[in-house]
Design a protein around this ligand. Sequence first.
Ligand code: ATP
Ligand code: MG
Length: 422
Amino acid sequence: MSYRAPKGTYDVYPGGREPHERPELWAFVEERARDQFRRYNYSEVRTPIFEETQLFARSAGEASDIVVKKEMFSFTDQGGRDLALRPEGTPGAIRAYIEHGLYKQAQPLKLFYVGPMFRQERQQKGRYRQHTQIGVEVLGSTDPLVDVEVISLLYAIHQAAGVEDEMIYLNNLGDLETRRLYVPELRAFLRRHRDELDPDSVARLETNPLRTFDSKAENTQALLAEAPTIGDFLSPEAAAHLEAVKGGLEALDIPYEVDERLVRGLDYYTLTVFEAKSGALGAQDTVGAGGRYNGLVAELGGPDLAGIGFGSGVERILLAAASHEASSSLGVFFVTLAPEARTLAMRLASALRAEGVACDLDYAGRSAKGQFRQADRSGAAYAAVIGEDELARGVCTLREMSSGEEKAVPAAAKDLLRAVAG
Ligand code: ATP
Ligand code: MG
């Protein structure tokens, strides 16, 4: 009997081959992201990884991939409740915002999350059934400078993580008035070309024809080159919002382009939508994406407050990041050459760990040579050798691994600490 990880999932383990299988790279990206969240003054929100199916369906909308392509992992619990593993972070965060009355706090409320998302889709490079998103939701403000902050934070996280060759694509899907004018025009155009559309786009003709722009079918995309674009229909308010966001991105020197054909996979977006793409990725080149959702909080039963957010896939960040050289942080590897030395090594390691120095020792009964090799392989800065001779003199022989230089240091935590710190 042998078991394998479920289809579309992967493990993160020491020595993992792909960047997203390597634990030290996960720690690196998460630390960089949390550091940016601190600098931008965002607070963490943690919500369950499962919620009522209806919350996700209502939020994503009936024309979304999540609903149309049945991407949700849903199930019925023993109490007969319809639940689903979360396909994205926004619905849970907004549910919590409403449930706990967070709109009574000072607004806008700036939230971030890091966690796994689940979608039943065809596995490809950069596309998994469980993936992890780093995301934010900023609730309670319509200020276009909030859009600028959110986009600049997405960009800052990617830059801090080493994402290469990045460009932000920006569009404005308009407000209700814009859609009222534009959607019938687009639908009329698509109906005239119904025969040339892929089946998903036909299915969305009546529900949300805007989503047709997100189609991956070549015929549909070729046809869309002739379609009316939303830019010509923007209301004065929506056009002013777009100009303000562009102005802000220019002021911050964020590389961006307006793409009037950018829509996004979820129905709830209004006004600003954006995607961050990297030239370092193949077919799945979107590293992160998001947009404004001014009607969604009310739609989910809360007050009529605005919101904007993004989600960025950690797997794709790692695939698009240039430098995967994560250095070891091990300070001291203890090499013990006599059975009695092991207890002393353990005690010294414990004292150094308490002071913040990472330490390790041999538990495999290796020879002296084997222990030195292990010290080297582990990337330790120092090897601290304790044998019969050192025990008799009350010292360790401290070897700096990079230079090979050795000196005797009293076998006491404070002396060792001074030697390895200085
Ligand atoms: P796509 O067009 O690639 O299907 P999407 O519109 O479904 O993307 P979002 O829902 O906006 O993507 O998710 C935000 C980010 O999460 C994406 O930009 C990507 O980095 C990541 N992501 C989404 N789905 C997956 C997946 N199945 N596997 C890995 N990462 C994913
Ligand atoms: Mg998708």
